[in-house]
Design a protein around this ligand. Structure first.
Ligand code: GAP
Length: 443
């Protein structure tokens, strides 16, 4: 039997959610493209996050900083020195692995994940490999000058901290939020969009007075956990919090909690929330020689703020949403595959079909209904198959309501609506279609 991950990857390709990157040229490992429906779903996730934290709050401002950044940014952040994986090559199958992902046999001995040969890390020369992607930003190849594609959106926030503070005249606590691409030359492959070389993050750097950092950290852990349930609609039982042990913390972090999701391969990180202390602003202040402190009116002292960082992955949220929504049901001896997406996330809220596409009156009424509603909510018109096939297609892409125009519709001015989750069908008036969908999709 196919496992859930294989089925999800196949559905995502079949229905236009996610394709392999550069696929017609044989693909590029750990690089994925979002198709028409994937792009819609991904945008909905980002819109919900942006609206919740940037549009609806006064203490958080948005930013859209550049992807290519100056080398000194990463001297200060520690990425040039420390953002490395230890890699080793298998002497037999020649595949390259991250040592921390291999099963350990004894001190220097690991088992190859591919061909199970013993790998001696001393003989096979384990080496450090920086995960950042370096790029020539000079005008000529003879005289190269290198910048880096940011490995996290966070650094764009830290280097703009003063700009935002000075241009907005805000006081602490102040959050700066950004959604954008990040790049890491990941070696571990094979987990679909869980670990990619090019991915998107939704990060907030929430700057606070040092004495308020613990409270703000606790607040953000709860807030972000609740967001996945109340705003994204993930099932409570598939989400858990995991606090990092002291020896697991990055050297600059005072505390960190992961929000984990129950992916097909087990509970794994969806988001990390860290109390980064004042490490980032202190280091950027030191390397850039700029004063990144603020003046505390109460104590009349200059202080470098602490920062709490809820750092979420757009792609992992997307993946979690699809896993959570994916269901198989036995209906009349056949397996029905259905994505039970919330209507806030579903690529389309309704699909409209004529029962017979060779009857122009049915096509014209179905198109009229479609055009009447599509300005108000995302809808789709389809007449490219028999009704059973059209229902199956909409079930698989998560459309909550299907509306069919049949011959009776011409005389009784009613259409058949079919609910994705219950498969219940009922007749409603043509004039009531928009309201019906809105009411159904409020749930
Ligand atoms: N600024 C902190 C930071 O970047 P991280 O734990 O390395 O922390 C934060 O990344 C989030 O970004 C992760 O929880 C995950 O959702 C996402 N992420 C990180 N690396 C990723 C990758 N290679 N592919 C997809 N998403 C990734």
């Amino acid at each position: 039997m196919e496992d859930k991950l294989t089925k999800i990857v196949s559905l995502c390709k079949r229905r236009g959610f996610v394709f392999g990157g550069s696929e017609i040229y044989g693909g590029l490992s750990s690089v994925w493209d979002y198709g028409p429906l994937g792009a819609k779903l991904k945008k909905r996730i980002k819109d919900i996050w942006w609206s919740t934290y940037v549009e609806k709050r006064e203490d958080i401002l948005g930013l859209d900083s550049s992807i290519i950044m100056h080398e000194d940014v990463f001297k200060a952040s520690g990425h040039l020195e420390g953002f490395t994986d230890s890699l080793v090559d298998c002497p037999k199958c020649k595949k390259r692995f991250r040592i921390d992902k291999l099963e350990k046999k004894s001190d220097n001995l690991y088992i190859c994940a591919e061909c199970k040969t013993d790998i001696d890390t001393q003989k096979s020369k384990a080496r450090k490999f920086n995960l950042m992607l370096k790029t020539n930003v000079s005008a000529t190849e003879d005289d190269p000058y290198y910048g880096y594609l940011r490995p996290e959106t966070a650094q764009g926030i830290f280097v703009n901290f003063l700009n935002v503070l000075n241009s907005s005249h805000k006081k602490l606590p102040l959050g700066i939020a950004q959604i954008g691409k990040a790049f890491r030359n990941e070696v571990t492959t094979g987990s679909f969009i869980f670990r990619m070389k090019e991915f998107e993050q939704m990060e907030i750097e929430y700057f606070v007075k040092p004495a308020e950092a613990d409270k703000a950290y606790q607040y953000w852990v709860k807030e972000r956990h609740d967001f996945y349930i109340s705003k994204i609609g993930l099932k409570n039982e598939n989400i858990r919090l995991r606090e990092h042990a002291k020896d697991e913390l990055a050297h600059y972090a005072k505390a960190c909690t992961d929000i984990e999701y129950n992916f097909p391969f087990g509970f794994s990180e969806l988001e990390g929330i860290a109390n980064r202390g004042n490490f980032d602003l202190t280091e950027h202040g030191r390397v850039s020689k700029k004063d990144l402190s603020f003046f505390d009116e109460q104590t009349k002292e200059k202080v470098v703020p602490y920062v709490i960082e809820p750092s979420a992955g757009v792609d992992r949220t997307f993946f979690a949403v699809i896993c959570d929504a994916y269901q198989e049901e036995e209906v009349n001896g056949k397996t029905r595959v259905v994505l039970k997406l919330s209507s806030a996330l579903a690529p389309y809220q309704a699909a409209i079909f004529p029962l017979l596409k060779n009857r122009p009156e049915l096509v014209s009424l179905a198109k009229k209904i479609f055009y009447d509603i599509k300005d108000e909510l995302p809808a789709l018109y389809d007449d490219t198959g028999a009704i059973g096939k059209l229902y199956r297609r909409q079930d698989e892409i998560g459309t909550p309501v299907c509306i069919t125009v049949d011959v009776e519709s011409l005389s009784d001015k009613k259409v058949t609506v079919r609910d994705r989750d219950t498969m219940k069908q009922e007749r409603i008036g043509v004039d009531n279609v928009l309201n019906f969908i809105k009411e159904r999709n409020k749930k």
